[in-house]
Design a protein around this ligand. Structure first.
Ligand SMILES: [Mn+2]
Length: 305
């Protein structure tokens, strides 16, 4: 596996979430010092940058909205999209520190734009307890972090769907959801109608993570030129990863998560990654950031032998 230089981009944003605090995620990941671990594995890690995000307190509060802070999120995602596209054009690997999951509309749009220049396509792994496939119409909360995957598939609000350009960002055929276990009623039909591939916790329990990882890699590599991992911390079991705002029991355990990441590393076609929804104000002594660090290093090839 070639070791592309890694470029870390912090996105300290919590506009898309219900609970405040994901804006502190990049700091917590830096305290865990993922970059030092990556350098020990032999990667060049460049100077880290942040996308500037205004604080929620500086904005007019919109109490009633089916897309809370839409304008702010569009602005942040548009700038993140351009940044990610530039990093990929330089031949480097973008590693995004979130921030709430709405930022994936920006990062994945940037990858899509980069590959579209050469008529290429991407695959997408959505590791998450949720499907994030609501639209403004179906969302029970109006929180945009529950909508990014539908927007990337071209479903829902036209503005959210058009970050970085009007094209659909990823084919549903090349999308694999992993670890899902909490789906809103409106999302169930969206999953079925869209054609995305969903691997629930039941699939992982019955088939084992090795078999699920193999299927996931077949889906995201089918006719594509690499795949992106959007890693929502809430996909993990809350026992090991308490530092997130939307905890759901019965998630992926430490060994399963490691095995999954090791399989991605062995595959060698991972182009880019987001780590999202880490909320240090809900964590215990930065334990969740520490777990995430170990998993990220596994995805970049850290192994026992
Ligand atoms: Mn999510």
């Amino acid at each position: 596996m070639t070791k592309k230089p890694i470029r870390i981009v912090g996105v300290p944003m919590d506009f898309g979430a219900q609970h405040r605090g994901t804006d502190m995620g990049p700091s917590a990941l830096r305290v865990a010092n993922i970059a030092a671990g990556l350098r020990r594995l032999g990667y060049e890690v460049g100077r880290e940058v942040d996308i500037q995000v205004p604080s929620m307190e500086s904005r007019a509060y919109k109490e009633i909205s089916n897309m809370r802070f839409k304008e702010e999120i569009l602005d942040v995602c548009g700038r993140l999209c351009a940044r990610v596209e530039r990093i990929l054009n330089d031949g480097d690997f973008p590693l995004i520190y979130g921030g709430d999951h709405s930022l994936a509309m920006g990062s994945v749009s940037g990858i899509s734009n980069h590959l579209a220049q050469e008529d290429k396509k991407l695959g997408l792994i959505w590791f998450d307890a949720h499907a994030d496939m609501n639209t403004a119409e179906s969302s029970p909360s109006g929180n945009i972090h529950g909508m990014p995957l539908s927007a990337l598939l071209g479903m829902g609000d036209p503005d959210l769907c058009s970050i970085g350009g009007p094209q659909t960002k990823v084919d549903a055929n090349n999308v694999a959801l992993v670890a899902i276990r909490d789906i809103d009623d409106g999302e169930r039909s969206a999953i079925q109608e869209s054609g995305v591939h969903a691997f629930t916790m039941r699939d992982i329990d019955e088939q084992g993570m090795a078999a699920v990882a193999k299927k996931v890699l077949e889906i995201v590599n089918n006719g594509t030129d690499g795949f992106h991992l959007s890693f929502d911390v809430d996909g993990l079991d809350p026992e090991i990863a308490p530092g997130t705002g939307t905890r759901v029991k019965g998630g992926v355990d430490f060994r399963e998560a490691h095995l999954f990441m090791e399989n991605l590393a062995d595959d060698g076609r991972l182009t880019s990654m987001d780590v999202v929804e880490l909320n240090p104000s809900l964590d215990i002594k930065n334990q969740t950031a520490g777990i995430v660090k170990e998993l990220v290093l596994s995805a970049f090839g850290k192994s026992v032998l």
